[in-house]
Ligand binder design. Structure first.
Ligand code: PLP
Length: 234
């Protein structure tokens, strides 16, 4: 068994246990294998593990991997801050943009999607629920107003929210961030016609069990699945 396969089995077991605690089906939680910072060869290992989605946080890096390997059957998700001047390239490459953090970016993505002759680009709106200045995303309730404007844009499908919790082991803080994000997600679904409340992307290597307990439907997992990124300490 490859290392990734072994780690995946353990991660799935931990997801199941967290889901059980929350009395929800673990099968409702999908996994994005975050391959950023790893060489292209790692994508082959991920493919062999059977995981269907990869996450990259930089357009340049993702393009290099794509040129070397092709799609490899994955759905490619953009999870990092996207500069507007790279929106066109992102639309060419990615199936889903999880990190839409401004109205201006959403407008640019809509026009680039049209230009590319694509329809229905799936996006998530990123929420900065913790209020940390270093994080991108709509500040809390501002996402409601933004979502109302973004669903009106042609060519985009707004299918949920994404958040990054602060890097802390304080479970109370994590839980509060995830709970507030879930509340915003549910409000968007109720209050905004055209917002498809399908995906709540929250939970990373250090906090995914709390995220599952608080209703996440998509985890973005790098280190815990693939190991430390080269050049970063574990
Ligand atoms: C790097 C990254 C992840 C994965 O981080 P790990 O701690 O390695 O699991 C998830 N989401 C985003 C947006 C990231 O940039």
């Amino acid at each position: 068994m490859s290392e990734i396969k072994g780690r995946l089995a353990e991660v799935r077991r931990r997801i199941e246990e967290a889901a059980l605690r929350a009395e929800r089906p673990g099968a409702d939680v999908e996994i994005v294998a975050v391959t950023k910072g790893h060489p292209a060869s790692v994508l082959r290992e991920v493919a062999a593990s059977g995981l269907p989605i990869i996450g990259e946080n930089r357009v340049d890096e993702a393009e290099l991997k794509f040129r070397e390997l092709g799609r490899l059957g994955f759905r490619w998700h953009m999870i990092g801050h996207l500069q507007r001047n790279k929106a066109g390239r992102a639309v060419q490459l990615f199936d889903v943009i999880e990190s839409v953090d401004s109205l201006r970016l959403a407008r640019k993505l809509a026009s680039e999607t049209e230009r590319a002759g694509r329809d229905g680009l799936e996006i998530l709106l990123e929420v900065n629920t913790s209020g940390e200045a270093t994080k991108g995303g709509f500040a809390g309730e501002e996402v409601l107003q933004a979502a109302a404007e973004i669903v009106a844009l042609q060519r985009l499908r707004v299918v949920g929210l994404m958040t990054m919790a602060p890097f802390t082991s304080d479970e109370g803080v994590l839980r509060e961030v995830f709970r507030r994000t879930r509340e915003l997600f549910e409000r968007c679904g109720r209050e905004i016609a055209g917002f498809e409340a399908r995906t709540l992307s929250m939970g990373m290597s250090n906090d995914f069990e709390v995220a599952v307990e608080e209703g996440s439907t998509r985890l973005r997992l790098g280190t815990v699945l693939i190991g430390p990124r080269p050049g970063e300490t574990a």
